[in-house]
Design a binder for this molecule. Sequence first.
Ligand code: ADP
Ligand code: GLC
Length: 499
Amino acid sequence: MNPAPLKILMVASEAVPFAKTGGLADMVGSLSRELARLGHGIRLVIPRYGNISEVATGLQEWKTLNLPTPDGPIQTVIERGSIVDHTLSADQLVQVLAVRHDPYFARTGLYQEGGVDYPDNLERFAFFSRAVPELIPLLRETSQWVPDVLHAHDWQAALSVVYLKTLYRGRRFVGDLGSLFTVHNMGYQGLFPASAYPKTGLGPEYFTPKTLEFHGALSLLKGGLVFADFLSTTSPTYSRDIQTAEFGFGLEGVLRERKDRLSGVLNGIDIDTWNPADDPHVADGYTASDLKGKRACKASLQRELGLPIEEVPLIAIISRLTEQKGLDLVITIVPELMESNIQMAILGSGAPSLEAEFKSLQGRYPKKIGLRIEYDEGLAHRIMAGSDLFLMPSRYEPCGLTELYAMRYGTVPIVRRTGGLADTVNPYSPRAVHSGQATGFRFGETHSEDLLTTTLFALHIYQRKGEWQSLMRAGMQKEMSWAKPAEAYTELYRRIREG
Ligand code: ADP
Ligand code: GLC
């Protein structure tokens, strides 16, 4: 039944456990490992950021490459290592190739610092992407490893796909390589002024409205969408959403034109890292059939956040603080929510204005709101484990992993019905809850009134212990591993390889 394994060259600007700013890193790290588990050969190309710890990753200098750039060749070191995963056997290896050029990548942030993008992001990610076609012959010469498909993610890796079809066209083993480009978020396009276009190293013939030009500017994302053989996004609903003006960020026409080659594959999650039965970050373990430990997790979280240890509903938020996530709606309704006997646990960082508003709310309700403006992986686990409800009122959401983590931890999500949130959360209805199908609550419009009504309704259902436990258990038992999505990507890869 299992046909010949494939060789996949995966390219992304972040991947767990090396570097992460959001769900992209979770997705790339877990998908790579699951594909390896299926027997495929994976080579994962990432930038070698400065804050990657050698001890943790075991990356070691492997080869040097002279990368062609518009300013002449630049020498880069390729470091090599692998993702350590004790559930994989020795031959199920994800080999990692890290492109090292310290002037570009040895910085505090991945793409920005203090909320400001690095001014040379185009040079940085053109350089990174250029390493990909140059690495392919090296892999062949050193280990007879010839990829079947290139799988690139988001604008930072988009040029790798473009280069195959342009600068490397006709080059054996490189120019004929099939490609899949996955968009994780249409809101991040890699837009640069037209005057910067020569930094891509591409000729003027590719700066047209049919190729990389977007209303007079350069769009790297558009390059990926136009040049890849096949496209995907991270949920079926989002793959349809982005073909409309509301969610396409101006690229809906390009996506509609290619809709026969666009597919939506719902993300899975890493069920070993996110496992309430056995999570080293949390106070106690629990399962769907024995929920007792969740109480200890809640008390311990309340203590950690300086909240009174009381049996009241605890509502959580863990998020990048950006407009996408609809947190302004939450800010609007907090004063009304605070009239109920509840607590909130909020972890996030990002837009200074949102950070300031949450701080001010916390100052107003210090006994009811626990707030951490930072990025803290361990605390994210403890909040998932210790809370009762999870708020995610996103304006749009390609997939969303945090609502999945919440469900897995028996923390019932309240989401807006959009993109992946519509595909992952099965809404409450008396019938759905009694048949054990309901996993959360949904509302329709981006209106704070709708969010408030739905949250108050959820708090009302919280008092019905039987129904609430049914919601918790249904979420915890939901199948959300990478097994099925990895099969779906395998099918896409085969289709691409067969042309
Ligand atoms: P997005 O990729 O749009 O940010 P996802 O829900 O797909 O949304 O993934 C977000 C990821 O980032 C999750 O792994 C989540 O736990 C993590 N995360 C977001 N903010 C924080 C934070 N402040 N501290 C720790 N983890 C965070
Ligand atoms: C993006 C999206 C998020 C998705 C993640 C991983 O960051 O915003 O919805 O879950 O990518 O695919």
